[in-house]
Write a protein that binds this ligand. Structure first.
Ligand SMILES: [Zn+2]
Length: 471
């Protein structure tokens, strides 16, 4: 597809939860509180005029559904702030400094007076009918393989409550997730094609993760995609959790828009949600500026030199990965995985007689293989125990996999079984083979050795000894 010819325009909005406590109270960032609800309230929400004295279209659309909302709170993950029965406390300073770090890593201009706003949200996901959000920075850039992409804005906001049940009269929400700090990053519309959108989302994710306090796991990240073609109104697609789905959904949406354009259909800008399989469906009208008004319960925050001087920039995961790759001469895909596994450097330091490359290979490959072939789960403790034995010389380094898998299967290690083969035993065997073969070659002797020792032979060790014998 010629995306340039289609006047393809595409921008992303990436939302990522932070693992600090909540943004305006001391409740933890606990989005799946297993505890039973300790307090329940029921509310109806209606649309009010925003700062521009107009009703927001999206808010009005939701209000006309006249739903009843039920909110479940639990003792440990929600307090009066979530129920909107008590004013917000001071803004979470860790969340704020993280937002500033991210802005600096993306070369943004920081806003020097941060003002939280109330954004009208009346789908029920906020008991107060609004979500607090503040613009932190604007006009940044990130460098991708297809050129620079602009960062239009970085906001710090409150996560919405989690929908747990829907019926014909209304919706039940849980308040554990409400108020968890959320970083929202919006790019400009210069993304060049569907694959590029995925790269941009990955890059933004990596930068946020580099701060060390991005929440991990299901639901911790969401991407919205804005797309338009042929100068037509833009479509926003919500609800991607998986990066890998981005190219497919955009490709399908572009085909849908092209089809509409061919049939001379007209459409207004609106929000759609992504469905399994890559299709999209109408969600609601596009919200406008009418839904914002200042939050007067939260003081304006000055971003002064003192605050900025106290913030240190974290090293990017991409830079750490390159370093790791070079320092230990690792394949790039190993480095990408191991940069997020503290066990690697810790094992390399502790078990200095085992080659880092061997440790890397064990950490990356053995758990995968054990799961696939033997249906057992290898833990880092299994690996640690075996590496220790290799380090002490109790078992051969080419028997690591067997030993780790046996441990994971719950077997007791019989050290003799993992001894491997000594130089002497191989040399003796080579002598015997040479006495039998008329025209020995490296290949023929290796073949005979392999047969003799079955899987226990270290190929490198054996070929070194065979080469010596044939010299
Ligand atoms: Zn709270």
């Amino acid at each position: 597809m010629n995306y340039k010819g289609l006047k393809f325009k595409c921008g992303l909005e990436v939302h990522r939860q932070l693992s600090t406590h909540k943004l305006f109270c001391d409740c933890p960032s606990l989005v799946n509180d297993p505890a039973k609800a300790s307090s329940i309230i029921t509310r109806k929400l209606r649309s009010t005029r925003g700062e521009t004295q107009e009703h927001d279209k999206a808010a009005a659309y939701e209000a006309q559904k006249d739903k009843t909302f039920v909110y479940e709170g639990t003792k440990d993950s929600s307090c009066l702030v979530e129920f909107d029965e008590q004013p917000p406390k001071e803004v979470n300073s860790k969340a704020l400094t993280t937002a500033i770090q991210i802005a600096q890593l993306m070369d943004c201009e920081l806003i020097d007076q941060i003002q939280f706003m109330r954004k009208t949200v009346i789908d029920g996901s906020n008991p107060s009918g609004f979500q607090r959000t503040a613009l932190i920075a604007v006009n940044g850039t990130i460098k991708t393989n297809k050129g620079k992409v602009g960062i239009e804005s970085i906001c710090l906001e409150e996560e919405a409550a989690k929908k747990i049940k829907t019926n014909k009269d209304g919706v039940t929400y849980r308040l554990d997730r409400l108020g968890v700090p959320l970083i929202e990053i919006a790019t400009d519309a210069t993304i060049k094609d569907p694959e590029h959108a995925k790269e941009v989302a990955e890059l933004i994710g990596m930068i946020i993760k580099s701060t060390g306090i991005a929440r991990q796991g299901i639901g911790s990240v969401r991407q919205d995609v804005n797309v338009s073609i042929l100068d037509q109104p833009r479509i926003e697609i919500k609800g991607f959790q998986e990066l890998k789905d981005i190219p497919l959904v955009i490709t399908k949406e572009v085909s849908r828009l092209l089809e509409m354009d061919k049939k001379k259909k007209v459409w207004e800008a609106h929000v759609r949600k992504s469905n399994p399989g890559g299709s999209t469906s109408f969600l609601r009208p596009m919200p406008g500026a009418a839904r914002m008004y200042p939050e007067t319960d939260v003081e304006t925050i000055l971003i002064d030199k003192e605050l900025l001087d106290s913030i240190e920039l974290p090293e990017l995961i991409s830079e750490k990965t390159l370093k790791l790759e070079k320092q230990y001469n690792l394949p790039a895909h190993y480095a990408r995985i191991l940069v997020e596994d503290d066990n690697f450097t810790s094992f390399v330091d502790t078990f200095s007689s085992v080659k880092p490359k061997v440790i890397a290979q064990v950490l990356v490959e053995v758990p995968k293989e054990a799961k696939k072939r033997f249906k057992v789960n290898v833990t880092s403790e299994h690996i640690r125990e075996v590496l220790e034995l290799v380090h002490k010389g109790d078992i051969s380094s080419n028997m690591i996999k067997e030993a780790v898998v046996d441990l994971a299967k719950g077997k007791k290690l019989d050290l003799k079984a993992y001894k491997g083969v000594t130089d002497k035993a191989i040399k003796d065997a080579i002598k015997g083979i040479l006495a039998q073969q008329k025209e020995p070659s490296i290949g023929s002797v290796m073949g005979a050795l392999m047969q003799q020792f079955q899987g226990k032979l270290d190929g490198k060790q054996a070929s070194r000894l065979v080469a010596e014998a044939l010299k």
